[in-house]
Ligand binder design. Structure first.
Ligand code: IMP
Length: 430
């Protein structure tokens, strides 16, 4: 089985990192193909908690090769910092970590552009990491800079002189009052990024060639999606999405590995729903300080890994997840954080929407069409027992099994993993 992809089927934060971590030792490469330091992957291993934003979770295992592929946007200072943090924790990071020379570079002006654009009515509620502006430059072509360019001083200086001039004009225009925009000196910026480029140099390679060669040698690749499919720029709840293909659709373009090499697709969902940032979320529970939404947030520690923002919480939306299951072509489902629902007498699942008096069972992926959708719920009995100690299906209370089975049924896919806590051991594989 050459390629496996682990992909989130909701609005991100589905605990994909844990599934990737569990599968890593059955693979030779772990590959990130989209996004940047906007992602937050938490892995608990041997009692230690590791948080990743940019690096693939595979870096915890030095015998595995971890790849940041061409579809990722890279903040070199963030890269350096994450590597340093891991080394300080005793994790060896060297030539096991590879970075695509084709990946695009996030510059400080991208973050400034985002900060100034996010002020107004068009706010997306981004993570502020410069992701959108960097992808804009990639697709716009004239201002995009790739990792390989950081390794050629004269070339980089020449490009930055032209680009920074444009960027400074743009930033001044975006600033609401004169003097409020940060502007840049191209030579200072160039010196800074050349230095960072030297830090990246030992890791930089043509990862498309590396991965296709690995496939020829019979190596197994594990693709790790960042964010969730509902945040996919083409297929998510546009425009309240991220700027990359965070669904399985991104694997081919984001890594250069042909889609047909992906033989196993594991869709990951939480047992409930969350969302960070702006945009419609039909099953959101806005029931106040002591409400169910709040209880889910506290039990699930639903605060952003990257930004610390409280996540919006709600019941499981089977209409949205059925859509992304189909989009992914998922063969199996991992249901995460089931233990968070232990406390409730009953649990709800959204099985359809009502919009303008009409019942619909499909997901409108335009935010303005999703906004008026009201959830139609099916109510199931709760289980009222702590499931965090369950290690096999038969350890689960009957109602907890019934709930998980129902999710699989609604999504039309087999549930192969149930997670009942953050530790590697707190996992039921069926
Ligand atoms: P950006 O990716 O920073 O541009 O943010 C765009 C949208 O995606 C915002 O609503 C963010 O909150 C959301 N987002 C980005 N990365 C993640 C993630 O890893 N988990 C959940 N939401 C995310």
């Amino acid at each position: 089985m050459p390629g496996t992809c682990v992909v989130g089927l909701q609005w991100g934060d589905e605990a994909k990192g844990k599934i990737v971590d569990l599968l890593t030792d059955r693979h030779d490469f772990v590959v990130r193909y989209n996004g940047g330091a906007n992602a937050g992957h938490t892995v608990v291993a041997n009692g230690k908690t590791f948080k990743f934003s940019l690096l693939p979770t595979g870096v915890l295992r030095p015998e595995i090769r971890s790849v940041i592929a061409n579809g990722v946007v890279v903040d070199p200072a963030g890269f350096k910092k994450e590597v340093a943090t891991l080394r300080a924790a005793g994790v060896s990071v060297g030539d096991n970590l590879l970075l695509s020379d084709h990946a695009h570079v996030i510059f400080d002006y991208h973050k400034e552009e985002e900060r100034l654009s996010e002020g107004g009515a068009n706010k997306i509620g981004t993570t502020g990491r410069g992701i959108g502006p960097c992808y804009q430059d990639k697709v716009g072509r004239t201002c995009g800079i790739r990792v390989s360019e950081l390794l050629y001083p004269d070339h980089l200086r020449q490009r930055l002189r032209a680009i920074v001039e444009l960027k400074n004009r743009l930033l001044r225009a975006l600033a609401p009052g004169s003097g409020e925009a940060k502007t840049y000196d191209p030579d200072v910026l160039c010196d800074e990024y050349l230095k960072l480029g030297e830090e990246l140099r030992p890791h930089v390679t043509d990862t498309q060639r590396l991965l296709t060669q690995a496939l020829r040698e019979g190596k197994r690749l594990l693709f790790e999606a960042a964010q969730g499919s509902l945040l996919d720029v083409d297929h998510g709840s546009y425009p309240y999405v991220t700027s990359s293909n965070s669904s399985v659709a991104g694997v081919w373009s984001g890594s250069g590995v042909p889609a047909r090499q992906i033989e196993r697709i594991i869709g990951v969902v939480k047992a409930y729903g969350t969302r960070v940032g702006e945009g419609p979320f039909p099953t959101e529970l806005t029931d106040g300080e002591n409400g169910i939404g709040h209880q889910i947030r506290e039990a699930g520690k639903e605060y952003g890994t990257v930004t610390g923002r409280p996540r919006r919480c709600g019941w499981f939306d089977a209409v949205a997840a059925r859509y992304t299951t189909t989009l992914a072509g998922a063969d199996e489902l991992a249901v995460m954080l089931l233990d968070v629902l232990d406390q409730f007498d009953e649990v709800k699942v959204c099985t359809a929407y009502e919009r303008d008096g009409e019942r619909i069972d499909w997901f409108p992926s335009d935010a303005f069409l999703l906004e008026p959708c009201k959830p139609v719920y099916e109510t199931l009995p709760g289980w009222g027992k702590d499931v965090s100690g369950a290690r096999k299906l038969t350890d689960l209370p009957a109602n907890a099994r019934r709930y998980v089975d129902r999710l699989g049924e609604l999504l039309g896919v087999r549930v192969s993993v149930i997670s009942v806590g953050p530790d590697r051991a707190q996992t039921i594989v069926s």
